[in-house]
Each structure stands twice: as C-alpha cells, then as structure tokens.
Design a protein around this ligand. Sequence first.
Ligand code: ADP
Ligand code: GLC
Length: 481
Amino acid sequence: MKIAFIGSECYPFVKTGGLGDVMYALPRALKREGDEVRVILPLYQCIPAKYKENLVWKGSFMMDLTMEGRTFFVGIMETVLDGVTYDFIDNKEFFDWGNPYTGLWEDIPKYCYFSKASLAILNYMEWIPDVIHCHDWQAALVPLYLRTRFWGTPIEKAKTVLTIHNLRFQGICSIDHLKYWSGLPDGLFDYPVLKQNENESNMFKGGLAYADRITTVSATYAREIQTPDYGEGLDAHLRYHSGKLSGIVNGIDVDLWNSDTDQLLAARYNEENVLQKKALNKRALQQSLGLEEDEGKMVLGLVSRLTDQKGLDLVDAVLPQLIDGRTQVVVLGTGDPRYENAFRYYEGQFPGSVCAYISYNEGLAHQIYAGSDALLVPSLFEPCGLTQLIAMRYGAVPIVRETGGLKDTVMPYNAEENSGNGFTFNWYDSGLLLQAITSARSLYFEDRARWDEMVRRNMRKDVSWEQSAAQYEDLYRTLVR
Ligand code: ADP
Ligand code: GLC
C-alpha cells in the first residue's frame, strides 16, 4: 500500500515528545512490511542544518488559502532516509519561527496552511496514496480539505486515518479566525463538525468527524477518552464516532533504542551482562550529574515534558520522603516553570542525591534509561507513553500509574507468581505513588535476585513496532478494500 503520513514533528528532524518518535518509527516499520511511505512535514527553521543541507528541491507552486483566497508559496524539499521519503513543505512566512510551536493564535494559520499544502503537494507530485494517516490536531483539517476543496482532484480517492496522540491539545480558536484562515466552507462550521460553542471552533473535533477512521495510541486510552474524565470535552463526540474508533498501542524503534549498540552509553550491554554494565552506566551518570558515586544506591529516573499530564504533582509531594540515604532521583525535563523550580529546589535541598537537569537532551535521556534502576511515570493521563517502553528495554523497572498506555504495557509485579514488569498504582494519589515506590525499593534492596529477574524479563519483552504496525496495516486494508 501507499501511505502518506502528515504530522507536525518527526525525529530526527524535529521532536518535542512521543509524536516525533512515532512519526519516525511507524513509517519505518511499515516500510519493512513492504509498504511505500511518505512523511510530510513543515520545513521549520529549527531543523538542524545537517538535515537541511541534504534536501533536494522537488518543485514549487502557489496555493490559495484564507477566505479571501490569498495566495502563498509552497516549496517541496525532499530527502530519503532508510527507504522512507520525507517531503518538507517550504514556506518562510509560516515556518521560519517557533521551535516548532509558537502560540495557538499563530499556530492555527500555520497548520491550516500545512494541512492544505500537504494535499496540494501530493497532487502536484502525482503521488496518490491509498491512505493518508494524519496525526493530532495539527493535521486534523486534512480530512476536511480532502472532502471539500480537493473533491474532484486526483487525491480524492485516498482514505483518511486520524490518530489521537494527545486529546489535551485540540486547536480551538474563534470561529472567525479559523473560518478566515482555513477558507473551509461555512457548512462545516456547525456543531457536528467544527463548531465547539457559540464563538469557538475546534480543529480536532472537525477532523474526527470527517476522518474515515480514528485511532489512538492504546486500547485503554481509546476507552478513557469516551468518558468525561478523560475526554477533554470531546467524550460525547467520540462516543458518537466510536464505531470508527480503535486503539493501537505504540512501540519503539528497537534499533534506535538498543542498549547493545547505543553509542551514547558509557557501557553497552544486553540481557546477559546487564547487571555489571548497568552499574558502570550508573556510575558514569552519577559522575556526570554530580551525584554521590555509589552503585549501591538505587537511582530513580524521570524523563519527561514537565506538564501536569505527567503526574509531577505526585512526585513533588513525595520527593522529600524518597531521600533516605540510599536512593537518588534524576529528573530530565523542561516545561512548566512550576515544576522546573520545584525540582531545582529539591536539587538544592538534597545535594548529591537529587539532580534536576532542566533541559531537553537526547544523549542524557539515553544515559538515564541505562543508568537508572527504575523510571517514574505516574501520569495523570497517558495516551500511550514511550518512556516506560524504553525503560523496560534498557533494564530500568517502570513505576507507573495504571492509566492509558501505561496500563496496557506495564503488568504489575506479582510476588506470588514472580511475574510482571513494574510497580503500578491506580488512583491519582501521592500516597499510592509512595507505596508503589516503597514496594519497588523493598524488592530492590531485599530480594535482588527477584529484581534482577524482572530487569531481564523486561529486556526480553517485545516493545517493537512489529505487531502494532501489522495492526495499522490491517486497518488500512479495511479502508482500501
Ligand atoms: P509525550 O509525547 O507525552 O511527551 P512520550 O512518553 O510518548 O510522552 O514520549 C516522550 C519522548 O520524549 C521520549 O522519547 C522521551 O525520551 C523524550 N523526552 C522527553 N523529555 C525529554 C528531555 N527533556 N530530553 C530528551 N528527551 C526527552
Ligand atoms: C503523546 C502522548 C504520549 C504518546 C505520544 C506518542 O504525546 O502524550 O502518551 O506516547 O503522544 O503517541
């Protein structure tokens, strides 16, 4: 099959979170299955020069956008990486600022342009996919443009899948703003489609109504978003469309995340030698972050965007109680100043035991997964979550809240059966997080053999894309038939 991916970020060009990982890994997995895949992205200014230098010009044209039919330049720059074609849309007016996001007011015109231009370049290149796979609100207008402004053009025969990676962000703005910039027909600005309330419109809502299929990134999140607690105001809309909604859990790229070949680690390792080598990685991590160097300490890692989604209020509430002379905490993340400052404060309070590395750093992320004994992911909600998957693959035991993809991927440790992958808790409550961490610490300090078995079990667990890519293919096939 021919599949076009449309989304706002993609590793290694631009990544702020898991969407970037998925846009990288899933096309590669589909390519391995024999599909032809193109990924369409904005040519942001923040894409590193080493990638921009290798882009090849594929053509350009003018495209109309807005209610007034203003015309805008569309350039196509292309590169091929490991058999996947990446087409970047070049337009300096929209993409020359932001890293990659700016603020909703500017991002709405940016992604109206991007969604429409993505379809326009497919027609221009005469590459008509069987399925257009759109990701999150930034690409949510694609199904609407396809069924209106592009009706009667070659691309009309393509089917659409819209994947919800995070329902928190929907692209909501005044009806006038979206009407003006999208140039979409007035008829779409009604309650079943784009209308959110009297004054506002919602891009995600419209896309969900018009997409041929909706997916989200775990079965549990697919159920959760149909309830008021997790639906972010769209639960009724999603229940209405539940017939075309399903959950397919994410994997990770097991070549990119491979502790046996990872050049960023102090010591590479596999399931056989993980115990000695993790100790070396731990020491290297402690040294580079200014923590007390002692491999006997239990290191708890946290690699995350610092937002309330990630359950950081719970971590904030329990952190002082974790510092007991034999436990260290390493936080890597950036985001909400509230959390950045809280973690900086703890670093000052507990020198040598807590490190708050407030930044985005790919290399350090790898070193934390390799050097930590356990990884905290106590999220308030988590559509899938990738850090717990990476942690398992790197032999760090996840401690997670049972929500969304965390629930689907981390089976709780069961002492009787000596089974499971990590420590879990259900209600969003700091006492329960503390209990889960305490259980983890007990096993780590008092029954190391069992702990080590879990580390090895986790490293053997299949967290690759293989099975999920096959499920996407099945889904695409139901549309193409
Ligand atoms: P989300 O997409 O909600 O941020 P995921 O768990 O799906 O959460 O994906 C997060 C991805 O971003 C992982 O690959 C993780 O390693 C990476 N990541 C998050 N914060 C940082 C950071 N500060 N530095 C480096 N990588 C980070
Ligand atoms: C989102 C979600 C995260 C998911 C990622 C990739 O950013 O917050 O849970 O893993 O998308 O699908």
